[in-house]
Design a protein around this ligand. Structure first.
Ligand SMILES: NC(=O)c1ccc[n+]([C@@H]2O[C@H](COP(=O)([O-])OP(=O)(O)OC[C@H]3O[C@@H](n4cnc5c(N)ncnc54)[C@H](O)[C@@H]3O)[C@@H](O)[C@H]2O)c1
Ligand SMILES: O=C(O)C[C@H](O)C(=O)O
Length: 317
């Protein structure tokens, strides 16, 4: 049985994530964590979740805390603290502001729960994953970010709609930045195990329109309701469940790569990894020439921003 902590639990994503994660059978203890001053809100959320457990007949326990020592013994720590983007903003615009917060949270986690898996959601998620890796002092397999997992699910759904098949028949993924330079892997997309290029409807597939929908899904939701909530929460819960269940599924999360994809690396970015109780193991893969070109650009962009953010953090320490 496992203890899962959510730092930033009082926010939109944090609170729905708590609910989604509470359905995972391996989770015996859920800790809602926040900064000092958030006790009342966290207490209220914990009481509400207790009622949810009662309604479901669940035996799980939910606690709340603003005291770092209470993170001890956590198996997974999910971080949803941070400023979300507003309409018209890019995720990268949040980098410097959120990096300070994530560096402090990562140092706290590295101290109190050095054996946990540290799972970053805060944006820009690839840069924040690198900040968390550096300031936690934890090993690369222990630090992951939501990466392009949610984007990959958005693409999968769009493809299933176009081909009119059950969503579970579609296997696809997007790698690279969780942002404008993301790269869809059409070369690794199959329906019912058949390469998408071998299906007659592929010739009319509106690839550009689909990728436009996927890339703008977050901003379209933010414009209408202020933030994305259920999509990220359920995507986070899938990853937590995969890790706690030691399932060894291949999901596309942000993790440190050195040179696994066509010798491109030295960055935290969305790539296919095998997830189990030890965290992430990056896969070495081959992709098409066109995809390599896009991935290289995405990596160069994220590496440059990461370096700038970490240099500024180091200067101010
Ligand atoms: N990677 C993804 O796919 C994805 C999806 C959704 C949201 N996000 C990101 O998650 C973050 C949270 O989004 P949200 O909609 O829940 O925002 P929110 O404003 O509803 O919640 C933010 C949370 O961060 C906490 N917080 C704010 N400032 C803090 C500080 N200085 N120290 C510690 N905690 C602080 C708040 O108390 C709150 O719990 C944002 O950065 C957003 O962009 C990422
Ligand atoms: O788009 C955002 O800013 C939130 C999140 O990254 C998302 O893709 O839903």
């Amino acid at each position: 049985m496992a203890k899962v902590a959510i730092i930033g639990a009082s926010g939109n994503v944090g609170r729905y994530t708590a609910h989604a994660v509470s359905y995972i059978p391996h989770v015996s203890e859920l800790l809602l964590f926040g900064r000092p001053g958030r006790e009342e809100v966290l207490h209220g959320l914990a009481c509400d979740l207790h009622d949810s457990f009662a309604a479901r007949g669940s035996q799980s326990d939910v606690k709340f805390s603003c005291t770092p020592k209470d993170l001890e013994g956590s198996d997974i720590i999910i971080v949803t603290s941070g400023v979300p983007r507003k309409e018209g903003q890019n995720r990268i615009d949040l980098a410097h502001e959120n990096a300070r917060m994530i560096s402090e949270i990562a140092a706290m986690v590295g101290w109190y729960a050095p054996n946990a898996i540290l799972f970053i959601v805060s944006n820009p998620v690839d840069v924040m994953t690198a900040v968390a890796l550096k300031y936690s002092g934890m090993k690369p397999n222990q630090v992951i970010g939501l990466g392009t997992h949610l984007d990959s699910m958005r693409l999968k759904w769009n493809i299933a709609k176009y081909f009119d098949v059950h969503v579970s028949e579609v296997h696809t993924r997007i790698i690279g930045e969780h942002g404008d330079s993301m790269v869809p892997l059409w070369s690794a997309t199959t329906i019912g195990g058949i390469s998408i290029q071998n299906l007659p409807k592929f010739k009319d597939l509106p690839e550009e329109q689909i990728m436009h929908n996927v890339m703008n899904a977050g901003s379209a939701i933010i414009r209408r309701i202020g933030s994305t909530i259920y999509g990220p929460g359920d995507a986070i819960a899938t990853i937590v469940s995969t890790i706690l269940g030691n399932e060894k599924r291949i999901l596309t999360v942000s993790t440190f790569i050195s040179s696994e994809i066509h010798n491109i690396g030295d960055v935290c970015i969305g790539t296919p990894v095998r997830l189990d109780r030890n965290g992430a193991t990056t896969l070495t893969i081959t992709i098409s020439e066109h995809e390599v070109e896009g991935f290289r650009k995405s990596v160069d962009k994220i590496r440059a921003i990461t370096q700038e953010v970490i240099e500024r953090l180091d200067e101010s320490c």
